[in-house]
Each structure stands twice: as structure tokens, then as C-alpha cells.
Design a protein around this ligand. Structure first.
Ligand code: TRP
Length: 467
């Protein structure tokens, strides 16, 4: 085994980095909209059950595979002696690659909004929706589309920021960054939560988030919750296996997994309880339903109508920026760790080339919002559909197909091939006790693989898939 392999510098460093990977745009940009569409409280319950019964066991599995194999996603399965499962690792690297393409661009939009709120809040306030559309290359007043160079420029800056941090390596770059970013994020979130739930008129949104409208729930909702949960927890192969491989043998994997899952889920819930009540309070029920646009168009309307709005606006987008950076770093790290170890490429050029390629592909995402003028795309966005075609297809492919499949592969691998006993032995080293070993064994062998399979198949058969 490779003794020179990088390791986390401290216990806290690992938890912060893993939680930093998990907490991202998924929690704040995606989750509130999905919770709204999925019926509020009903969706929250389903989501919680999925995190508890599927998320935690898969998290434990991935970290164990990574630490046991001490290697990148693709080689880890081979190193443990099962070449046939390498596809699960390839899947992970591909998912990380695909997600990074659009993730870096949304990160760029966030960066743009930080600057917008600092330099020209009045322009955002004057027409929140129009401003957001304008960023993406659509002039709402004239109906003209143009090349969204501002969004592209900021995406490039965002990606460059990531590359610099990645090049500096695991300990000095990622870890140090997370040590500051994560606690800052929590503090800002709590301030915003208090602000949002005390806005007059927010009760209706709160009530919605706590109501159980089961009529909106079907297999498709459950698959959305499943994809969202794994996405939010950064499960889907590449990342947690990679991060686990940097983990020292006297770390408690069980406890770490539980902490990461709880932290991530809390942030998503808090974000839901910030965004939905705040949107209800200021825009009424009509303002809800913009999904991905929430974090940009709708919330701008919110800050405008709240005392100290500019200040809270800056805070909010800084928070989103931190969250997006720490996650994007982990996604890129998944790709880079694989490429460098697998092909023996050097870290620096690999990072630069990989980031450039992903940035360029991502340009299609930003541009397809308007400038390419794909028929129907803009029309849909104007009607409140959050993801135009490219984004929809991407989300379907990654969140709803590849991530659940990757998690399924992981459960089958740990449950039946490598065996839960090996994972348990990996966890119980240096006198550490794995208290949840029994339920883990059952969940990873039977419950998790069967339910993921059933949810996937049922929703592909019965549900609409591209929305
Ligand atoms: N969890 C991150 C978020 O919620 C996104 C993310 C980072 C991710 N790494 C991942 C998703 C790996 C899937 C797989 O924004």
C-alpha cells in the first residue's frame, strides 16, 4: 500500500471537508424547490427517511471502501480484489465530471450575485426576474437573446478559484479552506433563518413546509427525494471514496458518517425553512414554484422587501458561494485524484486541463438558457420552469439515474461481494467499536439495494422522467 498517500491533517479537518463537500448548491439552490414541489412536509419526511435508512449506510460503505483500499474510485474496487466492480468507480468519476460542468457555472452566477449586491443592488431590486434573465442572456423587455458573457466570465473566475485551491493539495488547500468556510456558513445560515421566519406573512410558508400534502407524492417524488438525498450527501461514488482514502485508521467512520449526514440534512432543512417562508412572505403563493430560480430571481424580490435587505443579500450569496466552492472542490478532486493516480499524470496540469474542459462544456449549460435559442427553452423558463433542456437532461442522467445506480452498485458490492464483515472489520480498528454494525449489515445487504432498485424501476416505469 502507498505510504506516501496524502492524509487529512486533523480530525476536524476531515469532518469539515466532507461536510463541506456535502453541503452545497444542492442544499440551498436545489432542495427548497424540490421540497416545495414534493408537497412540503410530506417530502421532508420521505427525505429524512431516505437519509436515515439509505444515506447513512451508503456513506459508511463508501468511506470504508475508500479507507480500506487507500486508492481512487476506480482502482479502489480492483485493489480490494474485485475488478468486475470497477464500473461503479468509473460511474462515480463520470458523474463527478458531468456535475462539475454545470455546477461551476451556477457557482459563477452566485459569484456574480455577490458582486451585484455589493455594487448595484438597486439594479437587482428594480427587476429581480429581469436581472436574473439578463445574466443568462435574455432581455425580458425586448425578448432578444444575447451571449451571456457576464455569466461565462464569472463562471471562469469561479472555476479558476477552484483550480487554485485544488492545486495546493489536500491538506493545505481543501482542508484549510473548509476550516474557515464551514463554520462561517453555519453562522450566516442561522442569522438568515431568524430573519426569514420573522418576516410578516411567513407563517403561510411555514405552514406549507409542515403540512403533509400526500396527494403530490408518487413514485417519481420518491425518486426525486432519493436522487436529491444522495446528491446532497455527495454519494454517488467518486467523492466519499476518495475522501475516505485520505482518512487515517484511527478515525471513527461510523460517527463521522452520522455527523456528516446530520449536518448536511440540517443545512438543507434550514435552507428550506429560510427560502420557502421568505418567498411566501414577500411574493405570496404565486412567487413560489420557480425551483432553481429561487436562489436568484425570487430571493432578490425577498431581500428587496426586507429591512437591511442588501446586507442580508450579500450574506446569503456569500454563504452560497462558500457552499458551492467547498462542494465543487470535492467534485473536481474526485476527477483529478482519479486521473492522476490512474494515468500517473501530474496534479497541476491535470487540474488545469480538467477544469478547462469542464468549464467549456458548462458553457453550453449557461448559454442554452437563452443565447442558443433552442426552441422552447426560454419559453419554459419564462413560465417558471427552472431547468431548461440541457440542465434537465443532465439532472436526469446524474441525479436520477447514475447516482442511484452507483449507490446500488456500492450496496451490492459491500453487502454481497466484499461482505459487510469486511467493512465492519475495516471500521473496527484500533479499538473502535461499530455500534450500529447489526442494522448496517441488514440495511446494506437487503433494505438499501432492494428499495433503491424498486424506486428506480417503479418511477422509470410509472413516472414522468424529465421534469
Ligand atoms: N453535495 C453537493 C451539493 O449538495 C454536490 C456534490 C458534491 C456531489 N460532490 C458530489 C453530488 C458527488 C454527487 C456526487 O451541492
Amino acid at each position: 500500500m502507498n505510504n506516501k498517500r496524502a492524509q487529512w491533517g486533523s480530525k476536524l479537518g476531515f469532518i469539515l471537508a466532507a461536510a463541506g463537500s456535502a453541503v452545497g448548491l444542492g442544499n440551498i439552490w436545489k432542495f427548497p424547490g424540490k421540497a416545495y414541489e414534493g408537497g412540503g412536509g410530506a417530502f421532508l419526511l420521505i427525505y429524512l427517511a431516505i437519509v436515515l435508512l439509505l444515506g447513512i449506510p451508503v456513506m459508511i460503505s463508501e468511506l470504508s471502501i475508500g479507507r480500506a483500499s487507500q486508492s481512487n474510485v476506480v482502482d479502489s474496487f480492483r485493489k480490494l480484489g474485485y475488478r468486475g466492480f470497477s464500473w461503479v468507480g468509473w460511474f462515480g468519476a463520470i458523474v463527478a465530471f458531468l456535475i462539475t460542468c454545470y455546477y461551476s457555472h451556477v457557482g459563477g452566477w452566485v459569484l456574480r450575485y455577490v458582486f451585484s449586491y455589493i455594487t448595484q443592488p438597486q439594479a437587482v431590486y428594480a427587476d429581480p426576474t429581469g436581472y436574473f434573465y439578463g445574466l443568462l442572456g435574455y432581455d425580458a423587455a425586448t425578448g432578444a437573446t444575447f451571449f451571456p458573457w457576464t455569466a461565462i466570465l464569472f463562471a471562469a473566475i469561479f472555476m479558476a478559484l477552484n483550480a487554485v485551491i485544488i492545486i495546493r493539495g489536500v491538506e493545505s488547500g481543501i482542508e484549510r479552506f473548509n476550516k474557515i468556510g464551514m463554520p462561517a456558513l453555519f453562522i450566516i445560515l442561522l442569522i438568515l433563518l431568524v430573519r426569514a421566519v420573522t418576516l410578516p406573512g411567513s407563517e403561510e410558508g411555514l405552514r406549507y413546509m409542515l403540512s403533509f400534502d400526500w396527494s403530490k407524492v408518487n413514485f417519481h417524488t420518491v425518486l426525486v427525494a432519493l436522487g436529491q438525498a444522495f446528491y446532497s450527501l455527495s454519494l454517488g461514488m467518486a467523492i466519499m471514496i476518495t475522501y475516505g482514502s485520505y482518512l487515517s485508521k484511527d478515525e471513527n467512520i461510523e460517527r463521522n458518517s452520522v455527523i456528516i449526514c446530520i449536518t448536511d440534512t440540517m443545512v438543507a432543512m434550514i435552507a428550506g425553512f429560510i427560502v420557502i417562508p421568505a418567498v411566501f412572505a414577500t411574493l405570496g403563493a404565486d412567487g413560489v414554484g420557480k425551483g432553481g430560480g429561487f436562489a436568484f430571481a425570487s430571493l432578490a424580490g425577498v431581500f428587496r422587501q426586507m429591512p437591511g435587505g442588501v446586507f442580508f443579500g450579500i450574506l446569503f450569496y456569500l454563504l452560497l458561494l462558500f457552499a458551492a466552492l467547498t462542494s465543487c472542490i470535492s467534485l473536481i478532486e474526485g476527477v483529478v485524484a482519479f486521473l492522476t493516480e490512474r494515468f500517473h499524470w501530474q496534479r497541476k496540469p491535470t487540474t488545469i486541463i480538467a477544469c478547462s474542459v469542464m468549464f467549456l462544456i458548462g458553457c453550453v449549460y449557461t448559454c442554452s438558457q437563452a443565447a442558443f435559442d433552442i426552441k422552447g427553452v426560454w419559453f419554459d423558463l419564462a413560465n417558471g420552469v427552472s431547468f431548461p433542456i440541457f440542465g434537465d437532461a443532465m439532472e436526469f442522467l446524474t441525479d436520477r439515474l447514475m447516482i442511484p445506480l452507483g449507490a446500488l452498485g456500492c450496496c451490492i458490492f459491500v453487502g454481497w461481494i466484499w461482505k459487510p464483515e469486511s467493512a465492519i472489520a475495516e471500521i473496527e480498528q484500533n479499538g473502535i467499536k461499530f455500534g450500529l454494525a447489526k442494522p448496517f449489515r441488514f440495511l446494506v445487504r437487503f433494505f438499501a439495494p432492494i428499495s433503491i432498485f424498486v424506486i428506480l424501476v417503479a418511477s422509470l416505469v410509472f413516472g414522468t422522467t424529465l421534469s
